[in-house]
Write a protein that binds this ligand. Structure first.
Ligand code: DC
Length: 229
């Protein structure tokens, strides 16, 4: 008998490995994986490239006018074995992970009309169920009725080290302090914004992975998934 398809919402702080675990889980159970943060990152990249940022000031009227020209989508890359982010048909998977984008993305993610549009697109992606989506407001705003909600966290220092290792692999230079500060600032902005703040859903299962291996964490998730279906 076919197992019923559900929606799995994985929310939590930045750099606590949400996307790795969400991707692994989706692959194991044959679900689609959607990285909702990549959508906010792609809009940030568009805003930077189109000179809508003046320092930390964003021309939000300009962005509102441009919104109809911004199309973010995901395509599966069989070679890489993962889905990649496209901005207006261009593969931006690498560019959206830069420090420059990371520095500005919280500003974009705090804008009401952007969140409204993104939430609408994300809900459409979950219509058929059978998806794992990670982000900040997936279990609270995008899919408040999702069958399995997970809230992931880890200490800021551990998260900063993980992000630093990731940047190093990509050949990007950054200091531990710089990464830690960027992360704490984003935590603060993400948790205190008016629209869709980062918040643990009442019915979410909490996963603190500060001291878990990837294998231990994957097993936990799979157990939770099996218990739900
Ligand atoms: O998960 P991430 O670090 O790629 O997310 C990038 C930014 O987008 C981060 O500042 C939080 C924000 N975000 C959000 O506000 N809502 C989501 N559902 C996902 C990400």
């Amino acid at each position: 008998m076919d197992k019923k398809k559900i929606i799995i919402a994985i929310d939590g702080h930045s750099s606590c490995g949400k996307s790795t675990m969400a991707k692994d889980l989706a692959k194991t159970i044959g679900y689609a994986y959607i990285d909702s943060g990549a959508m906010y990152r792609a809009i940030t990249l568009y805003s930077l490239e189109n000179k809508l940022f003046h320092g930390n000031e964003l021309d939000s009227d300009g962005l509102k006018k441009e919104l109809k020209n911004i199309h973010v989508s995901f395509r599966f890359n069989p070679e890489a074995g993962r889905s990649e982010t496209y901005l207006n048909g261009r593969n931006v998977e690498k560019e959206i992970r830069s420090m420059e984008v990371a520095d500005k993305v919280s500003i974009i993610a705090a804008i009401g009309f952007i969140r409204e549009e993104m939430v609408c697109q994300q809900q459409a992606m979950g219509k058929e169920k059978g998806i794992v989506m990670d982000g900040r407001d997936v279990g609270t705003v995008v899919f408040p009725d999702s069958e399995l909600k997970i809230f992931v966290t880890a200490s800021p220092e551990i998260r900063a080290q993980r992000r630093l290792d990731e940047l190093k692999v990509k050949g990007e230079e950054a200091s531990f302090e710089e990464v830690l500060n960027n992360l704490k600032t984003r935590d603060y902005i993400d948790s205190t914004r008016k629209d869709g703040p980062l918040k643990q859903a009442d019915d979410a299962l909490v996963l603190d992975n500060s001291h878990l291996t990837i294998e231990e964490q994957n097993k936990k998730l799979l157990d939770w998934y099996r218990a739900r279906v």
